[in-house]
Design a protein. Structure first.
Length: 441
């Protein structure tokens, strides 16, 4: 199979990055790579979706990897997963799971799922700041993405379902397979889940996932988890701060201990991130001279600086996020020059996952490996956003009143950086707009 043949099958299947970003999977395929890294690191606390998938379908994940390896001529693939996950799955470092893919056990530290950190930990290569993994000969796919690629290539099945962890303040955490487009409120009703007034729901991990409205949110191709967490948990309290509060604390409270910089995971592998300096500057200064703050564009937003390093309640991450907006408005990004030097003390400054879990206030909700539910769930309706991916929204190809079947194309990719969307239920099209398609069962 050639790269172009594989690209077509992936595009037809509507495959996008399932790990959270939603980058159209076909775009990553390119000649010149020598290594495939499978991101199964399950970066944040309370997430078990990748674990559940590999527990039941590891062979399909490996098969998806082999399709990519065959088409690109890659020499070797690595299944990157944390030591505790490998132990739970009965896997060992260096063990082969297919003809060209071996297990790579990673330390139990946060944020190991950041692909830049993952590549360095797996291969010892540093992706230049602001560049893509292909520049160092690497292609990275999430384990669920490769599972979807396997189904698209082998069985001709498009992406219509999502592996989702439901946890936090729930009676019993679980992982389940949910049709894409399922309204969160309907899923909650099925399993008797409520969000207390003093709590919120997170789409994704507790540190990096956004707060969502469970009454209006839906499951998309990038949803990894639905977590109910109290507003008082440090991970949540920081999300509720206004930009004004973030900026006031940053300029007034910093004692210049520089621990945020010393613990920054990307700074430790040589990235030009100095959060202890960025907080000294006012937003007005950044807006006036954005070209002096382009380093912000290479921040991953992991939150270690604010959630673990800082003792003054400052959010360097919050400042960086605002600067990213300023840079985007001015069409500026960091341009790397010179050498990249990995900090020789990196090994001793990495943050253990258990410690991070405690610091962000979610340790008590990690009660062990959750149950993997086998029951098939069919919602009464689905709501399919036309932008479930990075790039242009898909264009509808159905009309109100049309009858559709599971797997049928309902919106087509609009350009190279876009993705097809398929119905995840048998039903009738109720609504078609510029932003979504609604189908009733």
């Amino acid at each position: 199979m050639t790269i172009e043949q594989l690209k077509k099958l992936i595009v037809d299947g509507g495959c996008v990055g399932a790990g959270g970003a939603g980058f159209p999977s076909a775009v990553k395929l390119a000649e010149g790579a020598d290594s495939l890294v499978i991101n199964a690191a399950e970066c944040e606390p309370l997430l078990y979706s990748d674990y559940a998938l590999m527990k039941q379908h590891l062979a399909d994940v490996a098969a998806g990897a082999e399709y990519v390896i065959e088409a690109t001529g890659i020499q070797k693939g690595y299944l990157g997963l944390k030591e505790h996950t490998a132990h739970r799955l009965g896997l060992h470092d260096g063990e082969s799971i297919s003809a060209h893919v071996v297990v790579k056990c990673l330390p139990n530290v946060y944020p190991m799922g950041d692909e830049i950190i993952l590549i360095y930990q797996t291969l010892g290569r540093v992706v230049p700041p602001g560049q893509l993994p292909i520049t160092v000969g690497v292609i990275v796919y999430n384990s669920e993405t490769l599972y979807n690629i396997c189904l698209a290539v082998r069985d001709g099945k498009p992406v219509t379902q999502k592996w989702v962890t439901v946890g936090g303040q729930v009676r019993k955490p679980f992982v389940t397979l949910v049709p894409v487009g399922t309204p969160v409120r309907e899923l909650m009703q099925k399993y008797g889940i409520t969000v207390p007034e003093d709590s919120v729901m997170i789409d994704g991990g507790p540190a990096m996932g956004p707060i969502i409205n469970p009454d209006t949110a839906v499951i998309t191709k990038t949803t990894k988890a639905l977590l109910v967490l109290p507003k008082t948990a440090p991970a949540i309290a920081s999300k509720l701060e206004t930009n004004r509060t973030v900026n006031t604390h940053a300029t007034a409270n910093c004692c210049q201990c520089r621990l945020c910089t010393d613990m920054c995971p990307r700074a430790l592998i040589g990235y030009p991130l100095t959060p202890h300096k960025i907080v000294r500057n006012s937003i007005q200064m950044m807006e006036q001279y954005p070209e002096n703050f382009t380093e912000a564009s290479v921040c991953s937003g992991c939150g270690i600086c604010e959630l673990t390093a800082c003792c003054q309640g400052i959010s360097p991450r919050g400042v960086y996020q605002q600067v990213k907006g300023i840079l985007a408005k001015n069409k500026l990004r960091y341009q790397h020059k010179g050498e990249i030097r990995v900090d020789p003390d990196r090994e001793y400054r990495m943050l253990p996952s258990e410690r991070f879990k405690q610091r962000i206030g979610v340790a008590k909700y990690d009660v062990g490996v959750p149950e993997i539910l086998a029951d098939a769930y069919i919602p009464s309706r689905i709501e399919l956003p036309l932008r479930q991916h990075i790039g242009a929204p898909a264009k509808p190809v159905v009309q109100v009143g049309d009858t559709v079947a599971i797997g049928q194309l309902v919106a087509q990719a609009d350009g190279m950086i876009s993705a097809n969307i398929h119905s995840s239920v048998n039903g009738r099209v109720l609504e078609v707009s510029d932003s979504r398609i609604v189908i009733v069962v």
